[in-house]
Every structure is written in C-alpha cells, then in structure tokens.
Design a binder for this molecule. Structure first.
Ligand code: SAH
Length: 260
C-alpha cells in the first residue's frame, strides 16, 4: 500500500494494541489496524474476524484464536487477558484484534484493566462497529434530521446471559427514538414486550440485519409487534443487529448493497 505521507505510531515490543477489525468486509479496516497487522509479532483474534483480514498480517506473525461464541466462553476472559500480558512480557508486539470496535460490547475495557495492572503499555485502535457499519450496508441511517436526534446502542444479552437488568425500559422507550441492539436475537421477545409495555407502538419499524457487510448479509424489515415471528419465519441468523425506530423506513429506498 502506498501511504508515503502517513506517520504511523511505532509498535513498541512489549506493548499491546487493542484493535477493531470492523464488522466483516475487510475493506472497512483502518490504515492504522492494517499497519498493526503488518508489524505485529502475535495476533490474538476473535471469532468474527474475517480470514482475509488475518491474511494481511505479517507472514511471520503468530496467529492465536481467542474467540467466544453464542455468549458461551470458549476461552475464558481472564485467560485471554493473561495471555496478552504474558506475550507482552515476552517482549512481543501484540495485536489484539476484535470484531467491530474493541470498546463496543467487546470486553476491551477488561483487557485494558489487566494490561494496566501488569504495567503493559497499550494503544486503542478503533474499528467500525457493527451498529454503525452494518446499518450503512443495510441502507439505514443511524440518525437523520427528519427522524431522530438521538440514538441508543444497547446489548440484548449480558455477560450473565440475560437481558440487561440495569436498563430503565420506560426511559429508554421514551427517550431514544432509535435503538440499535447488539446480541439481541436470543431475547428479542422479551425486549419487544418490555418496549411495548413501556409505550412503544407495535407498528414501529424494525430491521434485522444479519452478517452485515459480508457476502451473506441479509436484512429483513418488520414491525415491533411482529419482529419475533418474522425472525423465526425468515430463518435469519446471528450475528445480527436489530434496529428499532423510524430510520428503518429509509431501508427500501437506500438499500445499495446486494451481495449475490
Ligand atoms: N465489538 C463488536 C461487537 C461485539 S458483540 C462491534 O463493535 O461491532 C457481538 C455482536 O455484534 C453480535 O452478536 C451482533 O449483534 C453484532 N455484530 C458483530 N458483527 C456483526 C455483523 N457483521 N452483522 C451483524 N451483527 C454483527
């Protein structure tokens, strides 16, 4: 890649870069993360990171899988944090590569805390989060001056496996015209019921965006009332972003990404 006028930070041995790989499409990777891939000694990556992105790493780099799936830890979080610390203590340049943005529903903060506790220097390299990039590829604006002046990103699934209990559903329902929900498919029925009970109309538009920005992207639009039935009938699969709110109405006109 010809980037003569750019000055990249030095990837210092013994440090960790916590980086976001974006939602799927490798062309959404930032130049900074690309630089990190080319200069890392070890890449510790998650389940949703595309093979082609890993293919951009320095061929000499060791690639270590540290994924989790379906809310079930396949590698324990403290093991992952400990691995990052140990690799850095071996004086490696460690690229911790996560799907989307490392600090959006991705346990990046816990890894930062472990690095700080061990005195390991780190950088945070943002990535395009699924709740923004996925909407772009589905032709759904995150905000539009004609529909919503605010947006809420939320998780539908906590570390404990339940829907978040620290959410004030009444306030959320009244205060946020657009909700962008990560990990929401498992508990969609309960999320729908709580929102309707808190006053959101059943006729409100909803979009389910699956495998956004990849060749398998699928978008289904429905209403809040019918969203769980439609999810079941359409057989749309996780990973999925759920959008609830008026900007979903733009989807039909703005839909531009049609993977074959
Ligand atoms: N750090 C990530 C989110 C990790 S949580 C980010 O910033 O995007 C994992 C959840 O993200 C998935 O359950 C799903 O809700 C969402 N997600 C990630 N990639 C996705 C994709 N390509 N399409 C749809 N949803 C995606």
């Amino acid at each position: 890649m010809n980037t003569p006028n750019l000055i990249f930070p030095e990837f210092v041995p013994g440090s960790v870069w916590l980086a976001g790989a974006g939602p799927g499409d490798p062309t959404l990777l930032t130049l900074g993360v690309h630089h990190g891939l080319q200069n890392a000694d070890v890449v510790v990556y998650d389940a949703l990171v595309d093979e082609r992105i890993l293919g951009l790493a320095n061929p000499a780099a060791i690639k270590e899988y540290a994924g989790k799936r379906g809310g079930r830890p396949s590698t324990d979080q403290s093991d992952i944090s400990q691995k990052l610390v140990s690799l850095a203590q071996e004086n490696k340049r460690v690229l911790r590569l996560k799907g989307g943005d490392p600090m959006v529903f991705g346990r990046g903060p816990q890894e930062c805390e472990a690095l700080i506790a061990a005195g390991i220097p780190f950088r945070i390299l943002p990535g395009i989060t699924a709740g923004i990039g996925g909407l772009a590829y589905a032709g759904i604006p995150v905000t539009s001056r004609d529909t919503n002046a605010a947006v809420t990103f939320m998780t539908g699934h906590t570390a404990g496996g339940d829907i978040p209990d620290d959410v004030d559903w009444d306030s959320l329902s009244k205060g946020s015209p657009t909700l962008v929900i990560y990990m929401g498919s498992k508990h969609l029925e309960r999320i729908r019921d709580r929102l309707i009970a808190a006053g959101r109309p059943g006729s409100e538009p909803v979009a389910l965006i699956s495998k956004a920005t990849t060749a398998d992207q699928q978008t289904v639009t429905t209403t809040l009332k019918h969203c769980t039935d439609v999810m079941a009938i359409s057989d749309i699969k996780a990973p999925m972003i759920i959008v609830i709110g008026p900007t979903v109405g733009y989807h039909e006109a703005f839909s531009w990404f049609h993977p074959s």
